[in-house]
Write a protein that binds this ligand. Structure first.
Ligand SMILES: *Cc1c(COP(=O)(O)O)cnc(C)c1O
Length: 437
């Protein structure tokens, strides 16, 4: 609250009062009715802000980001062109430099996007332009949008299998690269389902050996690069990003930002020429770089750059990310000692997968669904998510379970709020209680 009033104060400071127009004044009664309906509808959301919400990758932005975004909205700058938002364009250039430094990709080229999907699309598009006619290879563990975006681009997408651990099978990828038809290899640093890290370093070695481009989808995991030397996670895949051709990271996932903030970074600034366009509508009035000249999207929220800029200037993300990793590790430890829950996979980041202990796949699947529903419906609710694991992967990980179904839903908790850490004993106890019934 105090941050938001600060935003409004700041706006008073920089904005000359301007005359309004009666057409813009809503009818008071109509507005009140609409507002109360709005407030009531918003009350139906799950409590994403609370540690009892341990389900999907969802949490509100940090109040600092909300304040910057709110203040910047009063100018509503458009980072397409410098003329549309000189201050927020400069902030975008700075935050992109900070992200490039984090990944060891200084001197490259990049910009913010409206999402990870669009950022990945740009990487695949650049791959297509530089290796026309060649395929894009992604793993069965990759985000589903890679296959969709290959279709959008008219590029052949090849899905490589994932191994038992949920990593892309790089032996299979290497075999494909040897054939000479592959233009781009996509690896994931932190899968959406389980937070698993592909072997980025080995994929990067294919660049030289086979001349392929290597793109790292770190939409979820990218900021864990800040923990690469902490000993808390496997830093290897994050350090290897410095050798890739491009990387995507979503500040709206682990950068404390509101939705509408992804980022794409390229190692080679020369790919900027591929974006060249000539539009009669826009107003690139100076010789200086306009972000719209190196971006597939046209209008983009300057407020998104402002919010990320103020957040990264004011806060360190590493301690926030560490708390989530420790939470996942601590909960995994409690589950290892439990007779009602079984760990599906050791967490690599802050995503935990587990299931109610049972002897067959069909029982585990039904029990996971039941815990999900009963958790939400209880008076002391806990919010989880489920993840469907293929029969092969599940059987390989849990050979003692009778496989009487062709897939198994397990429980999944994304522990992306630092507040989850002190809440782990409660989460474990509550989920165990519900599973026991
Ligand atoms: C979330 C995610 C995406 C998609 O990003 P959006 O911002 O939701 O469009 C892509 N890849 C990975 C690994 C993700 O976790």
């Amino acid at each position: 609250m105090e941050y938001v009033s600060r935003a409004l104060e700041a706006v008073q400071g920089w904005r000359e009062p301007a005359p309004s127009h009666p057409a813009l004044q809503p009818d008071a009664e109509r507005f009140e009715a609409a507002w109360s309906e709005f407030a009531e509808r918003m009350g139906t959301n799950y409590p994403f802000h609370h540690p009892r919400y341990a389900g999907q990758m969802l949490k509100p932005p940090h109040p600092v980001a909300i304040a910057a975004y709110t203040a910047a909205l009063h100018a509503n700058t458009n980072n397409h062109a410098l003329d549309g938002g000189p201050a927020t364009s400069a902030m975008e250039v700075e935050v992109v430099e900070w992200l490039a430094e984090m990944f060891g990709l200084q001197g490259g080229m990049g910009h913010l996007t409206s999402s990870g999907t669009i950022a990945n699309l740009e990487a695949l598009w650049v791959g297509r332009e530089l290796h026309p006619g060649k395929a894009v290879v992604y793993g069965a563990n990759a985000h589903y949008t890679h296959s969709r975006m290959c279709a959008v681009l008219g590029v052949r997408g090849i899905e490589a299998p994932a191994d038992v651990a949920g990593r892309i099978d790089l032996d299979a990828v290497e075999e494909l690269c040897r054939g000479g038809d592959v233009g781009t290899v996509v690896v994931t640093a932190g899968t959406t389902g389980t937070g698993t890290l592909d072997d980025v370093a080995r994929a990067v070695s294919f660049r030289e050996r086979y001349g392929v481009r290597v793109h790292v989808d770190a939409a979820y995991g990218g900021f864990f690069t800040l923990l690469a030397d902490s000993g808390l996670i496997d830093g290897g895949p994050f350090k290897a990003i410095a050798g890739a051709d491009s990387v995507v990271v979503d500040p709206h996932k682990h950068g404390l930002q509101p939705y509408g903030c992804g980022a794409i970074l390229f190692r080679d600034p020369a790919v900027g020429r591929l974006y060249k366009h000539d539009s009669p509508y826009t107003y690139f009035t100076s010789a200086e770089l306009h972000l719209g000249e190196i971006s597939l999207e046209c209008s983009r929220a300057g407020a998104a750059a402002a919010a990320l800029w103020l957040t990264l200037r004011s806060l360190d993300l590493a301690p926030i990310l560490s708390a989530g990793v420790r939470a996942a590790q601590a909960w995994a430890e409690l589950i290892r000692g439990s007779d009602v829950l079984t760990l599906h996979r050791e967490p690599e980041l802050d995503i935990l997968t587990y299931f109610p202990t049972a002897s067959s796949a069909s029982e585990i699947d039904a029990a996971s669904e039941r815990v999900l529903q009963n958790g939400m419906d209880s008076d002391d609710p806990v919010f989880l998510s489920t993840l469907r694991i293929s029969a092969d992967a599940f059987a390989a990980a849990h050979p003692d379970v009778e496989m009487d179904a062709d897939g198994v839903r397990v429980l999944r908790s994304v522990l992306m709020k630092p507040e989850h850490e002190p809440h782990v004993p409660w989460l474990h106890q509550r989920v165990s209680q519900i599973a026991r019934r």
